[in-house]
Design a protein around this ligand. Sequence first.
Ligand code: ZN
Length: 61
Amino acid sequence: MPMFFIHCPTADRDELISDTRIVRLINRPNDIAVVLACFCGKNHVIRTGRKHLDLVEAHAA
Ligand SMILES: [Zn+2]
């Protein structure tokens, strides 16, 4: 199961958040914004690179 290692600004500590806590994904030109429901009760936005996705698309083309 994919996990996201984030730094929680509310608790000021690192948290390991599973993909089941993804609120939504926002595709952007150069990255993907992932909104996660943190254990602190707030939602945090992290960004993940899409190099992997670009590679997959390049092979498919
Ligand atoms: Zn948090």
